[in-house]
Design a protein around this ligand. Structure first.
Ligand SMILES: [Zn+2]
Ligand SMILES: [Zn+2]
Length: 291
């Protein structure tokens, strides 16, 4: 009888699997309780995505409502109104339920097909950190090229324009985009781990979840519109952050990558007045050499 509730199956599992840690027991209890792996993975991933997306956006909504924080706002004149944020949240929520939810049911079969592990024990923290670092680098490359392509006239007009509705972005606007864009850019987030697993045969679905959580944090924070003295890119100069992506929304050209600055730096697509100045100086130096 005890297995009919989640905590009942948790107790049962705890009795026979003493070597597992608390999180691993919770994980196993969830799959045992659900009795349907596709549903178990589907519900878990959808709930996790919603909780992280809106949970991470909430602090930014509060910060937007507190005038003291204005000093750290990148585009100081453009504070999103409560109405704007509400409209954005509704549209994002609508697309989560209509576009993303149906796809999530393919998630578990796809993971199984490519050999992702869903069992316990979990991989070590070092292995997960290594995998997540690899995915950050791969996704950033995918994002740079697909996002840059989306700024090509016809693709911009028909797909990417929606995401650029807000020239001063805010956290909730991270996934405010056409369903086609969500799918194409999302392929970098989901496809990088899948490709990794197809090649190495070594990936746990928990690592995939944690990666998606970090990626959501990255995307929402990059759209926050705030630049602090303690922002990550001050300590990791190649980290993009809000300062990088805010200029993209303000100027529409340049700064195409998601997490890192290297692609824009090496391919000379950095946005903003400082980058333009550097470009001019380089051109002048070249002209002088020719003369
Ligand atoms: Zn763009
Ligand atoms: Zn954006």
């Amino acid at each position: 009888m005890a297995q009919h509730t989640y905590w009942g199956s948790f107790e049962e599992i705890s009795k026979y699997n003493v070597s597992l840690n608390y999180a691993e027991k919770m994980w196993l209890a969830w799959y045992t309780y659900m009795q349907n792996d596709v549903l178990a993975t589907g519900i878990m991933s959808f709930v996790m995505h919603e909780a992280v997306y809106f949970g991470r956006s909430l602090p930014w909504i509060i910060i937007d409502a507190i005038p003291w924080f204005r000093r750290y706002k990148i585009q100081q004149q453009k504070i999103p109104t409560a109405w704007e944020q509400w409209q954005c949240a509704l549209l994002v929520l609508f697309s989560h339920f209509t576009v993303e939810l149906p796809q999530i049911w393919f998630f578990h079969p796809m993971c199984q097909f490519f050999g992702l592990s869903t069992t316990v024990p979990f991989p070590s923290i070092y292995k997960m950190a290594f995998h997540i670092a690899v995915f950050f680098v791969l996704e950033d490359a995918w994002h740079y090229w697909t996002h840059r392509a989306m700024h090509w006239g016809p693709l911009y007009k028909n797909i990417h324009k929606i995401h650029h509705q807000y020239s001063a972005p805010f956290g909730l606007a991270a996934e405010y985009a056409s369903p086609i864009e969500v799918m194409v850019l999302g392929l970098g987030t989901v496809g990088a781990p899948i490709a990794w697993c197809a090649i190495t045969g070594d990936l746990h679905i928990l690592t995939m979840y944690l990666w998606i959580v970090f990626r959501l944090f990255q995307a929402i924070d990059a759209h926050s519109g705030y630049e602090f003295p303690w922002s990550l890119h001050h300590f990791l100069p190649f980290w993009a952050g809000a300062e990088h992506h805010d200029v993209h929304h303000e100027r529409f050209i340049g700064n195409y990558s998601s997490s890192f600055r290297w692609w824009d730096y090496f391919l000379d697509t950095e946005a903003g007045p400082e980058a333009a100045k550097r470009r001019r100086e380089r051109k002048l130096a070249k002209l002088k050499k020719v003369q």
